[in-house]
Ligand binder design. Structure first.
Ligand code: SAM
Length: 275
């Protein structure tokens, strides 16, 4: 009798665990769906806002000729972004976002990574010297989040493989950018390929990319930004900002100017607050 009671309790506990698991997964599905709706809604609102702004500007113009010119310029800007996207694929400056950090990120951080990659893609299309972007090691959950931004339609190269397994990079001169890098990056060279860790870590993981570069047997380097950031403050930029620092250097050939133009004011203010 007692054995049956014991077994019965085991079965009930197992059922409870199973039910909890199911509930958790349903909750996650609802959360994902809500997030998806939010992204779509935001996109719609942005489109509406642009349309409204366009309309308002047209209202201020007096002649039909001025209105036509404006519409023409507006279309031109859109086409220019598209053209820049195509131009980026021919750029000699190659940047890889290595997304091999799934285990180190929460679901929220993975979503944030997808958003940052999308931001980087959009910003890159506005640049005079666009970078050729590669997003590698894309795993299923990240693919799902990137899909919300329709990344398969983007003008960049996405791949599920680790970058060192891609033929193009087997003989390449790779520099893994890491805030804990062994050397300081002096300049950006056409014959080097720069890798950014596709990692969003709210609590900074020390040496995450340094260790990865060592495991992969590639050089590591830090951006020389320590001198622009006050002592004791983190020298760690997010994925899109770190990549854009490269475009900043290409523009100014000067790290200080690149830092001033690329690093968001918000980040600099936080720095001050931390002192
Ligand atoms: C949010 S950071 C991740 C920091 C992580 N703890 C690590 O060890 O790399 C995202 C990526 O941006 C690049 N990055 C950020 N700050 C950098 C710096 N000061 N120097 C070089 N790369 C940097 C690195 O590639 C880094 O992996």
């Amino acid at each position: 009798m007692e054995i049956f009671d014991f077994l019965g309790e085991d079965i009930i506990t197992e059922q409870k665990i199973e039910k909890n698991k199911q509930l958790k997964s349903e909750k996650q599905q609802i959360k994902n769906e809500l997030h998806k709706q939010k992204v779509v809604q935001k996109k719609k609102e942005k489109k509406k806002k642009i349309k409204q702004q366009k309309y308002e500007v047209i209202q201020t113009l007096e002649t039909q000729e001025q209105k036509n010119d404006f519409v023409h310029q507006f279309k031109g800007l859109r086409n220019q972004r598209r053209e820049n996207g195509i131009k980026s694929l021919q750029s000699p400056f190659k940047i890889i976002i290595d997304c091999g950090f799934e285990e180190n990120m929460s679901d929220k951080e993975q979503r944030s990574l997808a958003r940052q990659i999308s931001e980087l893609y959009q910003e890159n299309r506005k640049l005079d010297i666009p970078l050729k972007l590669y997003v590698t090691n894309i795993y299923p959950i990240l693919h799902k989040y990137l899909e919300q931004y329709h990344y398969k339609q983007w003008q960049l190269i996405s791949d599920e493989r680790l970058f060192i397994d891609i033929e193009e990079f087997k003989q390449a001169n790779i520099v893994y950018l890491s805030p804990d890098g062994e050397e300081e990056l002096q300049e950006i060279k056409e014959d080097e390929v720069y890798v950014i860790g596709g990692l969003v870590d709210r609590v900074i993981m020390k040496n995450a990319t340094l260790n990865r570069s060592r495991q992969l047997g590639v050089r590591s380097a830090k951006l020389p930004i320590g001198q622009f950031i006050k002592k004791n403050y983190k020298k760690c930029l997010n994925v899109s900002t770190a990549a854009l620092m490269i475009s900043g250097w290409l523009q100014y050939k000067d790290w200080s100017k690149a830092f001033d133009s690329i690093v968001p004011q918000k980040f600099k203010e936080q720095e001050a607050e931390m002192q």
